[in-house]
Design a protein around this ligand. Structure first.
Ligand code: PLP
Length: 410
């Protein structure tokens, strides 16, 4: 390299680039369906009332802004373990794993940071570098794992022509892969399709994982967005904990984020948990996680993690209000999903898949040409794969949006 001017221009981020184009558009009817962040019925971002209360507690009580540990505070780690694995005392297998010291949890820089930390960790210590990801998946998965030195490869997940899961091919493509690969699973509200596996289908996949000796890496960015209740959205974790208890699966990892389910997006609050064979293995893994994180960002930020600690601390009585805030958010998303469906013209196009999908998105099945037409003619902004973030829909624009979609489809 002789001059900085030799550096080529990088393409804009597919999702964040859409928001920029949206901001620049002067049409007052414009709609942003790009980014997966919650908006209320007036189109505005919110702070969960329970989070605001936790911040008030923090303002009163906080006496210092000292660094937290490299892997975060014990209080945060324990809150996460209890929330995700003990499942509010409903998962005896998860509780057993916690009590026997088989879970290492580290606070990370939200879900993305947790994916990157585990990616780097697996690259450093896991023999097989191939990571199987569903087709399609969140675009950043591929980027994160590639940059971490792993080799992402797709397994079949969704059949676009049928707007449905492609479960038979999913099983076939996993079975045909090398033994011992890493396999990425979306815990719930698969991004971008919104289509999750049933309990029975998860069992079949978990059997393949055992047969092939895959290392399961679970990404849980939308816990609570499937049912409205975070304790109900972790079927996969409960099932896998059962298999670990039976010694059928030895180890797995879970990337978790509070960005969506507490609305802590910019606070960058999440975690990585590694489930190990023994308390001794946990100690070594924890020490290696520290060694890995220290030269990257030294330690995670504390504001978001303290909010999480307060919400899960019984003495502040905020758990129920958080659960109810989250339920309201998910309730609104389900309402706009049905309203969009009601307003769509079903004469020439079957929209039933919209009602089967869960979470922040509808995966419309529209072609990239149709998405571009929506943008150019109607100022409706979405990613070209036809994924719409429905939090951008509200009572004021749902009719306009449905009419625009009807116009490009017919
Ligand atoms: N995983 C999936 C599937 C996501 O959709 C996202 C965010 O959109 C993340 C992880 C990470 O989010 P964050 O880094 O904001 O916690």
């Amino acid at each position: 390299l002789k001059a900085w001017s030799e550096i080529p221009l990088a393409p804009p981020d597919k999702i964040l680039g859409i928001s920029e184009a949206y901001v620049a558009d002067a049409n007052t009817n414009k709609i942003n369906l790009g980014v997966g962040a919650y908006r209320d019925n007036t189109g505005k971002p919110i702070i969960f009332p329970s989070v605001k209360k936790a911040e008030q507690v923090l303002l009163e009580l906080e006496k210092e802004k000292e660094y937290t540990g490299i892997t975060g505070s014990k209080k945060f780690q324990n809150a996460v373990k209890n929330f995700v694995f003990n499942n509010s005392n409903k998962d005896p297998n998860g509780k057993q794993l916690i009590d026997s010291g088989r879970i290492v949890t580290a606070q990370t820089i939200s879900g993305t940071g947790s994916l990157r930390v585990i990616g780097d960790f697996l690259n450093r210590f896991y023999t097989n570098k191939k990571i199987l990801v569903p087709k399609p998946t969140w675009a950043n998965h591929v980027a994160v794992f590639k940059d971490a030195g792993l080799t992402p490869e797709f397994y079949a997940y969704y059949e676009t022509s049928k707007n449905d899961l492609d479960f038979e091919n999913l099983k076939k493509s996993l079975t045909s892969q090398d033994d011992g690969s890493i396999v990425l699973l979306h815990a719930c509200c698969h991004n971008p399709t919104g289509m999750d596996l049933t309990v029975e289908q998860w069992d079949e996949v978990l059997q393949i994982i055992q047969d092939k000796g895959f290392f399961p890496l679970i990404d849980m960015a939308y816990q609570g967005f499937a049912s409205g209740n975070p304790y109900k959205d972790i079927n996969l974790i409960r099932r896998i904990n059962e298999l670990v208890a039976q010694d059928k699966i030895k180890s797995y990892a879970l990337c978790q984020s509070f960005a969506k389910n507490m609305g802590l997006y910019g606070e960058r609050t999440g975690s990585i948990s590694i489930i190990t064979e023994s308390a001794d293995a946990s100690k070594a893994i924890e020490s290696q996680l520290k060694k890995l994180i220290r030269p990257i960002y030294s330690s995670p930020p504390i504001h978001g993690s303290k909010i999480v600690e307060i919400i899960f601390d019984e003495q502040y009585n905020l758990l129920e209000s958080w659960l109810s805030d989250l339920d309201k958010v998910v309730g609104r998303l389900n309402t706009v999903r049905s309203k969009l469906y009601e307003n769509l013209d079903k004469t020439n196009y079957n929209w039933d898949h919209l009602l089967k999908q869960r979470g922040m998105f509808v995966y419309t099945g529209l072609s990239s040409e149709q998405v571009i037409e929506l943008r150019e003619k109607y100022s409706v902004y979405a990613t070209e794969d036809g994924r719409f973030s429905i939090s951008g829909i509200n009572d004021n624009n749902v009719k306009y949006l449905a009419d625009a979609i009807n116009a490009v489809v017919n």
